[in-house]
Design a binder for this molecule. Sequence first.
Ligand SMILES: [Cu+2]
Length: 112
Amino acid sequence: MKRTASVVAGLAVAVTAPVVAVAPATAATVKVVKVKDFDFKPSTVRIGRGGIVEWRFRDRPAPHNVTSRGAKRFKSSPSQQSGKYRVKFRRSGTYRYVCTIHPNMRGKVVVG
Ligand SMILES: [Cu+2]
């Protein structure tokens, strides 16, 4: 399935296991965050366990990234101008993240 392949591609840059997991053939909820106008829209996303957050980079030519704060749980390409990045959140909790290029760009994912 194309969706499964996309999730796996997102996992390639994941640092640790707890946040992401491959669950093939499961129709997981996907919530979209637009990366646009030097902001994450919406900046807070709530999702159930096992849900997927998909960041869509729409701020060309400005490059951005999605990098978890604190423990290194997820990290997109360091300088992304287009395309998307997906993370599957398996455990409950609040996951704060930032664009390391523009530290004022901050968001969070609330799982559970
Ligand atoms: Cu940025």
